[in-house]
Design a protein around this ligand. Structure first.
Ligand code: BES
Ligand code: ZN
Ligand code: ZN
Length: 487
């Protein structure tokens, strides 16, 4: 999609008029630019239409062509979140009406606490891209082509072009993460995920190294080996190193769960539970494209990405409940449930992270169904040793609509995951608080480092109210790109 700024109104693209319930169209640049008979019709339409919040009304004009009128609801209640949803809804409506080019007025998206032109422009770039994405790689192209928007022109008297472009770059990376996650498990193996990292590395000049099974063995990463041993697909350990500033500055290390398909292993998932488990590498996909986005916006930071990639399958060779795995750290894991595999591969990733003497370690994982049970599907869970980082992430989450909400990280939960025949049990003896005990398990492998755990299982897929295509949501990419640029 082309997104560009216009400073004059002449383009033939379909104009979009976002109106609050006070219905003040008179001062709108696109309204003022209409032919007389067109504006008379628009005025009549506005007068008799309720302009419900987030509703988009296409109006055909007497002179030919169309205008899209968007209801934004009560002006006082129009917050950043409503503005973002309006952006997405406009794209969804234009796609449904097969409109290829639209023009927007940047000022229409001003909301409470969301008034800065550069921020609005960047958000437009991101959100228009997100809303225009759909996973069509496996569908036959219709004769008339896909309904994607091709051109968006954003009107603003200020110079916002570079912020639109920045937003577009971030939006594209979020969509690339969604595309990797949406790719079926048979086509998105650990080797393919590694290839995606290599491709991104070549494109944006990021150093990428991929360890194969032999090197994983040499490093003693018994967690990754244990999980992957039941699969015909060998594991990979993916390393991406982005250098945006002096090598003397310690990096932030990101670790993404890269389970390319989670069947549950011998503790096989139910048919309901196994559905969508090709997206269990969403954390890994996020890491690849967070680092790509940082490279594209030339962030002056050092960030390392690590992805333990494996497939969790049942077979005669699978790891079993009762097996005890020795991780790279030397600590052992007693496998009580082969479906709690994410924490087992991440244990090795967390140990590897220590090589970098990081300032902060962040893991991103579709770790537990329990996070979803506790929080619903509108926020990821955050558990962290650093209260200031947690607060910063919550704030950025609200602004970017890529939200996180805290759960407790307390040592008393360690009681629930003490192993009987190994150091730590990979699943809790207590049936409650699974998102917390999952995090507390990971913590054992990164004690003494500032650490953040993001359980993105709740936001692995989009929901209807997001106005985004069904499938992967790209959770945490937008959040962490913004966080890492500043931290
Ligand atoms: N990948 C799943 C968690 C998940 C569930 C992500 C639904 C997204 C949507 C994870 O590996 C898993 O199976 N976790 C178990 C842990 C349990 C066995 C301790 C769970 O949540 O039930
Ligand atoms: Zn699992
Ligand atoms: Zn999993």
């Amino acid at each position: 999609m082309n997104i560009s700024q216009i400073q004059e109104l002449k383009s033939s693209a379909v104009p979009v008029l976002v109106l609050k319930s006070d219905k003040k169209a008179g001062g709108h640049p696109f309204y003022k630019n209409l032919f007389k008979e067109d504006s008379a019709l628009v005025a009549r339409f506005i007068a008799k239409t309720p302009l419900d919040k987030e509703a988009v009304y296409p109006v055909f004009l007497p002179s030919g062509g169309r205008i899209l009128i968007v209801g934004a609801g009560d002006k006082q209640k129009f917050a950043a979140r409503n503005s973002v949803l309006a952006m997405r809804k406009i794209v969804a409506a234009a796609k449904a009406d097969k409109i290829k080019s639209i023009k927007l007025n940047a000022a229409d998206f001003t909301a409470k606490g969301f008034a800065d032109e550069s921020l609005i422009a960047e958000t437009l770039g991101i959100q228009l891209e997100l809303a225009n994405y759909d996973h069509v790689a496996y569908k036959t192209k219709p004769k008339e082509g896909w309904n994607f928007i091709e051109n968006v022109y954003v009107f603003s008297p200020k110079n916002i072009a570079k912020f639109l472009e920045r937003g577009k770059a971030i939006g594209e990376e979020i969509n690339s993460a969604r595309e990797l996650a949406n790719t079926p498990g048979g086509d998105m193996t650990p080797a393919k995920l590694a290839e995606a990292a290599i491709t991104a590395g070549k494109k944006y000049h990021i150093k990428v190294k991929v360890l194969g099974e032999d090197e994983i063995k040499k490093l003693g990463m018994g967690g990754i080996l244990g999980v992957s041993q039941g699969s015909a697909e060998p594991p990979r350990f993916i390393i991406m190193e982005y250098r945006g500033t002096s090598a003397k500055r310690a990096p932030v290390v990101l670790i993404g769960k890269g389970i390319t398909f989670d069947s549950g292993g011998l503790n096989l998932k139910s048919s309901e539970g196994i559905y969508e488990m090709h997206m269990d590498m969403s954390g890994g996909a996020a890491v690849i494209h967070i680092i790509s986005a940082l490279a594209r916006v030339k962030a002056k930071r050092n960030v390392v990405g690590l992805i333990p990639a494996a497939e969790n399958m049942p077979s005669g060779g699978s790891y079993r409940p009762g097996d005890v795995l020795k991780t790279m750290s030397g600590k052992t894991i007693e496998v009580l449930n082969t479906d709690a595999e994410g924490r087992v591969v991440l244990a090795d990733g967390l140990e590897y992270a220590k090589k970098y003497k990081p300032r902060l370690v962040i893991d991103i994982a579709t770790l537990t169904g329990a996070a979803m049970t506790g929080l619903g599907k509108r926020t990821s869970a955050i558990l962290s040793t650093e209260r200031n980082v947690e607060n910063a992430l919550r704030e950025i989450g609200d602004k970017t609509m890529d939200r996180v909400w805290p759960l407790p990280l307390w040592e008393e939960y360690e009681e629930d995951i003490k192993g009987t025949f190994g150091d730590w049990a990979n699943s809790s003896k207590v049936k409650y608080g699974g998102a917390i005990t999952g995090a507390v398990f990971l913590w054992q492998f990164i004690k003494d480092y500032p650490w953040v755990h993001l359980d993105i299982a709740p936001r692995m897929t989009t929901i209807d109210g997001d106005y985004l295509a069904k499938g992967a949501a790209g959770a945490s990419v937008n959040l962490l790109v913004h966080f890492l640029e500043k931290f």
